[in-house]
Ligand binder design. Structure first.
Ligand code: PMP
Length: 465
């Protein structure tokens, strides 16, 4: 690790963290694991796919910054320099004005999204989704007397942390305790074949899962349903890759009932699954695409709600109506560092052929995880798309009883002790929260993947025998 902090400096940092930082997603009582007196972990530096903690210990990062974000890896001076130059030139201006990086990145982004045309800048995935929800509601008011306002979301999907996003959240364990929720959000079933709800398989299963959406639409009344919001591959809900047949039927249903299709690419967007966007595997034509994490690989905060021209037109088709525009602003949507970083991020992915690498390494890793499944009975299912993969752990392959959370966490902790960071999807609801999860940077090599898989192998042996 370059520039290692002196011992007395780092102990001050650790104490400051312990005293004042309220960490995300953590029960602070005993949060450091079995030893409540252990130091909090502070990540100090990163290079490529590796990070170093405050003790100088090296970790191979199998989850791109904890939550599937640092797609191009750490230490990209090219991005840092572009951000620095832009900040010195103009850090910020908002309101109705544009910026040079904002215009150029939107042009570049749209060139990768045939059928889409407009980029609305925000600063988090939740906020990008909120923008789409607001647009749907406004369209309902403009076009349908307020009636076609319901937004469908799927069991196990996640769309963010605000109250409206939680109202569209399919993970009850994350939603509990934050009600009352925003009205007008309606749940449709998940599409995970491993946890089958219909006695079918393959394409037939995909069709049944999509048809279940139609049933909800008919139950609610198609004239009340404005949009359907889905992740292309469900992320935190258990790395759920939709079965064959699912997406084309979903598209057909949306067209049939004039329902806007909103795809949440906050995780899958910008290369994670081996195409620029996850939906592009399935030939889908969305109306809204929201994205955040990989847009600038975490080098700056940027998120976007991208729409097609059909949606955009609905907000400017009557210049005489004073209400006929999107009455919305995002203060930090005016930061220029985000699009400046995002432009370089995208250029790196193109110039280094990282989409191809993601496909090749993703296939390789899927094979390796399948081989691990042959060895460890505790792995019930392996799934993935590109460099976004999961291994679901079960106590019994027959009953598919989820492996206990403690043991799933012990596997993650064992990997951590080996200097390898992997993830596990959210916990506490039986059936889905027992999935080990991998999302290495798109620069991953075979050696990196072998390292991730062999650490998992050793951890599984130690925890489950
Ligand atoms: N959508 C999905 C699919 C996500 O996984 C997340 C975050 N994990 C969000 C939206 C929310 O993004 P943010 O945390 O930037 O608000």
């Amino acid at each position: 690790m370059d520039g290692k902090l002196r011992d007395n400096d780092i102990s001050h940092v650790v104490e400051a963290d312990r005293a004042h930082v309220w960490h995300h997603l953590i029960q602070h009582a005993g949060w450091t694991g079995p030893d409540p007196k252990a130091d909090p972990r502070i990540i100090v530096e990163g290079r490529g796919m590796r990070v170093w903690d405050q003790k100088g210990k090296e970790h191979l990062d199998g989850v791109s910054g904890g939550v599937w974000t640092v797609n191009v890896g750490y230490g990209r001076e090219r991005i840092a320099n572009a951000v620095r130059d832009q900040l010195i030139k103009l850090p910020y201006f908002a309101g109705t004005a544009g910026s040079i990086p904002g215009a150029l990145f939107s042009e570049k982004l749209i060139s990768k999204m045939p059928g889409m045309s407009r980029v609305y800048y925000t600063n988090s995935g939740s906020e990008a989704n909120e923008k789409a929800f607001k647009m749907v509601r406004q369209i309902a008011h403009k076009r349908h007397g307020g009636k076609k306002h319901k937004i469908l979301y799927r069991d196990r999907d996640y769309h963010g942390t605000t109250i409206a996003c939680l109202s569209a959240g399919g993970q009850d364990e994350r939603n509990a305790q934050y009600g009352p929720y925003t009205p007008g959000f309606v749940r449709v079933p998940h599409c995970l074949e491993y946890r089958a709800q219909w006695d079918l398989s393959g394409e037939e299963y995909g069709l049944a899962a999509a048809n279940a959406i139609e049933e909800v639409i008919l139950r609610e009344g198609p004239d009340t349903v404005g949009a359907l919001c889905l992740e292309p591959v469900t992320a935190g809900g258990g790395v759920i890759v939709p079965p064959e047949g699912y997406w084309p039927r979903v598209q057909e249903i949306c067209r049939k009932y004039d329902i806007l299709l909103h795809i949440d690419e906050v995780v899958c967007g910008v290369g994670r699954t081996g195409t620029w966007f996850g939906y592009q595997h399935y030939g889908v034509e969305p109306d809204f695409v929201t994205m955040a994490k990989g847009v600038a690989s975490g080098y700056a905060a940027i998120a976007c709600c991208v729409t097609n021209e059909r949606v955009f037109e609905m907000f400017r088709d009557d210049a005489t109506d004073p209400m006929n525009y999107f009455r919305d602003i995002s203060t930090f949507g005016g930061c220029t560092a985000g699009p400046a970083a995002a432009l370089e991020n995208m250029a790196i992915i193109e110039e280094e052929g990282l989409l191809d690498n993601t496909v090749a390494m993703g296939d390789y890793m899927l094979d390796q995880l399948r081989a691990l499944k042959d060895k460890h009975a505790v792995i019930g299912d392996v799934r993935g798309k590109g460099l976004f993969l999961g291994a679901e752990l079960v106590s019994d392959r027959g009953s598919k009883e989820p492996a206990p959370e403690k043991q799933v966490q012990a596997v993650v902790a064992d990997c951590m002790a080996q200097g390898v960071v992997i993830g596990a999807t959210n916990r506490s609801l039986p059936g889905f929260n027992n999935t080990l999860c991998y999302s290495p940077a798109l620069i991953a090599t075979r050696d990196d993947i072998d390292h991730l898989v062999s650490a998992t192998d050793q951890a599984l042996t130690r925890v489950f025998g």
